[in-house]
Design a protein around this ligand. Structure first.
Ligand SMILES: Cc1cc2nc3c(=O)[nH]c(=O)nc-3n(C[C@H](O)[C@H](O)[C@H](O)COP(=O)(O)O)c2cc1C
Length: 198
């Protein structure tokens, strides 16, 4: 079911230079298998560095997973306008720099502009922020985005479902993000209560 019924389902995905680019890649892999959803991708320069560092992937390997690719410097792209309808945007992972830019409405590249548009059009914005520990600027910026209607979703793994691999941990988190957009998936085991001790 679409959040807005009169346009194709579209999700904007941005990969920025925080560690954890595997979250963005997994998201794109899931969306690639859902032809009813059009994925729009942006990768920041620091995101490209981390794709290489963490996954040995090149920009073009990841861009091949998306339906539409945008250059972060192209502030004239479709997704820079509120008239281009989408179901929202996920920044996976989201650096503290991109968080700061979104929190302060800077629109200084297409990632920050697209997020700004999603917020102004009251669409769903999820920032998978990643840093540790946080300084006060990080915390204040997360509060600002929350006050504007965005969702701060740090990729923090749960252990109660006893994950056996990093892939399982990533899928569990990505499943919870997709739940926020009513995207059907089987990535997340559904909690049915604590196991009995006996
Ligand atoms: C290997 C590596 C790991 C990084 N991890 C983080 C991180 O976890 N969180 C963060 O906020 N920045 C991290 N950074 C720094 C960002 O990449 C840097 O601030 C960059 O300017 C972010 O720009 P972007 O938001 O346009 O991608 C990391 C950088 C490198 C090279």
């Amino acid at each position: 079911m679409s959040l807005l019924s009169h346009h194709p389902r579209r999700l904007i995905i941005a990969i920025t230079g925080a560690t954890g680019v595997a979250y963005g890649v997994r998201l794109l892999q899931i969306l690639r298998d859902l032809p009813e959803i059009e994925s729009h991708l942006m990768i920041s320069d620091a995101g490209v560095l981390n794709l290489h560092q963490e996954l040995d992937m090149r920009r073009k390997d990841v861009e091949a997973l998306a339906d539409v690719v945008h250059n972060v410097r192209d502030v004239g792209a479709s997704i820079a306008s509120g008239s281009f309808q989408s179901d929202g945007m996920i920044v996976a992972p989201c650096s503290m720099k991109t968080l700061a830019s979104v929190a302060n409405g800077l629109s200084d590249n297409l990632i920050a502009r697209a997020a700004d548009v999603v917020l102004k059009e009251r669409r769903r914005l999820v920032l998978m922020v990643r840093e540790t520990p946080f300084n006060l600027a990080h915390l204040r910026n997360m509060t600002s985005v929350t006050e504007m209607g965005g969702i701060i979703f740090p990729p923090l793994p749960g252990f109660y479902h006893r994950p056996q691999s990093i892939e399982e941990m990533i899928d569990h988190t990505i499943g919870r993000v997709l739940d926020l957009y009513a995207v059907p998936h089987t990535l997340t085991p559904r909690w049915s209560g604590l196991k009995s001790e006996t």
